[in-house]
Design a protein around this ligand. Structure first.
Ligand code: KG4
Ligand code: ZN
Length: 340
């Protein structure tokens, strides 16, 4: 009662999306995203081009977020930005802009770890979803990361499993590239897999101790499989694309769920969430729902718009830093390999 609203501007620029969001308490008023299609023809993100596109996009994206939210910049209580992990040249743009704005408006600056952002997106107000209760387990799967995280509190998280080589998103994107699918391949595999048989082809699963993941073996396995098959039939990929995609996707999901299930047992946690770009995958979402029913888990699936990179998640994560007075000063610099 009588509590003042807290308004946070979130800025995200860790990879190839420039995004700005306005958060009022725990409600998102706007979440603007400018993607970068300059990378398509290169089959992956080109860091130099990403940095330049962020430079071009950041002012219009922030202006548009303020305008959509009907908020004047003077009304902002704090500026939250992604400090890392990510591409350094990309992070520099968001960080520098946030620092300048903080200085100009004389408002506190709060740094956010991009991976915290993915996890904390679950706390954005949404009348169609329950928020997770602590502690919960979060499988964070994106183009750059694959993590199993025990979330004890907003600012207290422990990574209990991670990839020792490629991320889950890379497993999608790199194998998609072998199939001649444009970058990023994840959403295309998702689409083709819907029409395919997930049990048609068998790919090998890695043997990794503990709760860690590995995806580089799968890539080699798929490459050798395609070389073998196309030798007999040059049209093999074309004729079997849906089944290959479905089988590939099934293997990636199996690898993820083997460890996720193991972790729930090891840590005795039955509240399970997914986050990150790969959590947009329809089959992964369905699988979480069915495992949830089977194992009596309480599950949390983010809204599509909060799965892939966005500033709304940075704003909500920044809110919790702001509430405990965790401010950064003007000496802050981005960190490409920032740890959780
Ligand atoms: O979280 P994100 O937007 O950026 C990073 O922080 O990396 O994740 C991007 C990744 C890409 O690898 C993309 O292929 C994957 O998420 N992705 C998907 C789907 N949508 C995005 N992978 C599988 N199925 C999808 N529907
Ligand atoms: Zn991300």
């Amino acid at each position: 009662m009588g509590n003042k609203d807290i308004i946070i501007l979130g800025i995200e620029s860790s990879c190839d999306d420039t995004s700005a969001a306005i958060l009022k308490n725990e409600t998102i008023l706007s979440n603007e995203i400018a993607g970068q299609n300059v990378h398509e023809e290169y089959g992956g993100v080109v860091p130099e081009l990403a940095s330049r596109a962020h430079q071009q996009n950041i002012v219009p994206v922030i202006e548009s977020a303020l305008k959509k939210a009907k908020i004047k910049k003077e009304e902002i209580d704090a500026i939250a930005f992604t400090r890392g992990p990510g591409l350094l040249g990309s992070l520099i743009v968001g960080t520098s802009f946030a620092k300048g704005l903080s200085l100009g408006l004389n408002k506190p600056l709060v740094e956010v770890n991009h991976m915290h952002g993915h996890v904390l997106a679950h706390f954005i107000d949404d009348e169609t979803r329950d928020k997770p209760q602590f502690p919960f387990l979060c499988l964070t799967v994106s183009g750059g990361h694959t993590q199993l995280v025990v979330v004890n509190d907003f600012l207290d998280m422990e990574v209990i499993g991670t990839t020792i080589d490629d991320a889950a998103g890379e497993a999608f994107d790199k194998t998609a590239k072998l199939l001649g699918i444009p970058y990023p391949g994840g959403p295309f595999i998702d689409k083709y897999a819907k029409e395919g048989d997930p049990n048609k082809f068998k790919f090998s699963k890695p043997k990794v101790p503990g709760l860690d993941f590995s995806f580089s073996g799968l890539k080699t396995n798929v490459l050798q499989f395609l070389q073998r098959e196309t030798k007999h039939n040059p049209n093999f990929v074309k004729n079997n694309l849906n089944d290959i995609c479905a089988s590939l996707q099934e293997t990636i999901i199996e690898i993820l769920f083997d460890n996720l299930i193991q972790a729930t047992k090891q840590y005795n946690i039955d509240e399970v969430a997914i986050a990150g770009g790969v959590s947009a995958n329809s089959s992964l979402r369905t699988r979480l729902t069915s495992e949830g029913v089977k194992r009596n888990w309480k599950i949390h699936i983010p809204k599509f718009e909060y799965c892939t990179d966005n500033a709304a998640m940075i704003a909500i994560a920044g809110r919790y830093q702001y509430l405990v007075g965790n401010y950064s000063d003007q000496s802050i610099s981005p960190s490409a390999r920032l740890k959780m």
